[in-house]
Ligand binder design. Structure first.
Ligand code: GTP
Ligand code: MG
Length: 185
């Protein structure tokens, strides 16, 4: 990675954001990058991009190139192309719709089968986002303990309850993912 005379480094990381239709991928990215939120739903077609620059510490800048992949792409054939050279991912589900949690395993398997990093072809770090937690989790029957076990058993680095609407835990989840990526680098 680039490292100038003063010891200043800049990293550029490609991050995938996937998960079923309407789970809040675009909203999470808009909140994270522009600090905005809208209840208006406009489904993503194909893929969108956003750039988030993080001043990680006084000597390190991290640029995240976020790939906002449409939920319907799980049924398409483009994900292999979209995933290329990604170094980390976020998988979202909607806590009010159990079917979107069931789809998490499919997204994880899709990523693990199509993208790896390093000479040992390791799986890329993936964080799980339980989104729309502002709506209450009555429909979602998993406890925090269940979730801890689920992420451990399924090879996620961790999970967070998020809300794009209330701006909850998005920054925290992203920082957690970046810490893992920096460690890998
Ligand atoms: P696709 O692009 O179709 O795959 O959907 P997406 O995952 O990008 O979902 P999107 O961000 O477009 O959000 C879908 C709907 O859920 C929109 O109406 C959002 O306003 C709403 N939404 C997203 N995040 C939250 C949240 O944290 N809380 C609540 N209450 N609504 C949310
Ligand atoms: Mg979208």
């Amino acid at each position: 990675q680039p490292h100038d005379e003063e010891g200043y480094s800049e990293y550029l990381y490609k991050i995938l954001v996937v998960g079923d239709i309407g789970t809040g991928k675009t909203s999470i990215i808009k909140r994270f990058v522009h600090n905005i939120f809208s209840m208006h739903y406009k489904s993503t077609i194909g893929v969108d991009f956003a750039l988030k620059v993080i001043n990680w510490d006084p000597k390190t800048e991290v640029r995240l190139q976020l790939w906002d992949i449409a939920g319907q792409e799980r049924f398409g054939s483009m994900t292999r192309v979209y995933y290329k050279e990604a170094v980390g991912a976020m998988i979202t589900f909607d806590v009010t719709r159990m079917s979107t949690f069931d789809a998490v395993a499919k997204w994880k398997a899709d990523i693990d089968s199509k993208v790896t990093y390093g000479p040992e072809d390791k799986p890329i770090p993936v964080v799980l986002l339980a989104n729309k937690c502002d709506l209450g989790k009555d429909a979602f029957i998993k406890t925090a303990n269940d979730m801890d076990k689920y992420v451990k058993d399924n090879g996620f680095i961790g999970w967070f309850e998020t809300s794009a609407k209330e701006n909850m835990n998005i920054e925290k989840a992203a920082r957690f993912l970046v810490e893992h990526i920096l460690k890998n680098d």
